[in-house]
Write a protein that binds this ligand. Structure first.
Ligand SMILES: [Zn+2]
Length: 292
């Protein structure tokens, strides 16, 4: 599958405006002089006011500035396994509006009640989605697959339920080098890791780069999008981000990537044009694909 050209910068202006000495949290808008440590092992990046972690802030920004503005009334969004953050700040904050959202999880949790007017909850396994073929324009499956034992079936279901010009975000941690292992095998290899680590990173799979093979076997073409690829180091420090912010997407056809990341206008007037999201397709992933 050919990867369509994606402009290196969707909006080249405003770079200075997003590089303050003291950043404001992208979720709660409060100024943050210093982000807090979080996770195992601890790393800096949690907002001291609202608790949002770096990945959550990046997801919020990506959906608000790019995904939502390219959706239209009548479009449909599926989120598989929404976290409390996503329930409250992504679907619940209407970032996909005017599209309608469905959230699925194996079990209804308390926070799912807060999905709001834009989302409804369906109890379902990621490996058996109770929806017709090509039902969704955008599918969000953010750090969920490491918890799904039947992850290959889940990827096949994502491909089946995605529109031909739809796009899925299937981001997950992938260890550099090394092959995918079950969480049980990883636990035996790393006896020092506590259950807290597996709760935060996945209790079914620990993925290597070969995760991308699973994506392709399901009939999807993976593409990595890098946010803020040209921003100076100060920007990442001030905003409590890792030095590179990347997210993995997949589509059935190049049209899916074009629709959300190609040149073009938002389907409804909004925030997109005023922001410097500054996206690019990861050269690393393109190189891997070309060598394949
Ligand atoms: Zn905050």
């Amino acid at each position: 599958m050919e990867v369509p050209d994606v402009p290196a910068r969707s909006s080249p202006t405003g770079r200075d405006a997003v590089c303050p000495t003291v950043a404001a949290c992208w979720i709660c808008s409060r100024p943050v002089a210093r982000f807090e440590p979080y996770g195992v092992p601890p790393r800096i990046g949690r907002c001291p006011h609202c608790g949002a972690k770096p990945r959550s802030r990046a997801l919020h920004r990506l959906v608000r500035d790019r995904i939502g503005p390219r959706l239209a009334a009548g479009d449909r969004v599926l989120e598989i396994g929404p976290s409390r953050f996503s329930t409250d700040h992504v679907i619940g904050s209407n970032l996909f509006a005017p599209a309608r959202c469905v959230a699925v999880d194996v079990q209804r949790q308390r926070h799912h009640r807060r999905l709001g007017a834009w989302g409804r909850f369906v109890e379902a396994s990621a490996a058996m989605l109770a929806f017709a073929d090509a039902s969704f324009d955008f599918i969000l499956c953010n750090n969920t697959l490491p918890y799904v034992r039947e992850d290959r079936r889940a990827l096949t279901e994502i491909a089946r339920c995605l529109e031909r010009d739809g796009l899925a975000m299937i981001d997950t941690h992938r260890g550099p080098g090394g092959a995918t292992r079950t969480a049980d095998a990883y636990r035996r290899e790393h006896p020092g890791l506590g259950e807290e680590w597996f709760a935060a990173n996945g209790d079914a799979w620990v993925y290597g780069e070969d995760f991308l093979d699973r994506v392709r076997e399901a009939g999807l073409e993976p593409v990595e999008i890098e946010l803020f690829p040209d921003h100076p180091p100060d920007f990442f420090t001030a905003n409590g981000l890792k030095p590179r912010v990347r997210a993995l997407f997949a589509s059935r056809q190049p049209a899916g990537l074009h629709r959300f990341f190609g040149p073009g206008k938002a389907t409804h007037p909004g925030i997109e044009s005023s922001l410097d999201l500054n996206l690019s397709v990861s050269p690393l992933l393109q190189r891997r694909r070309n060598n394949a």
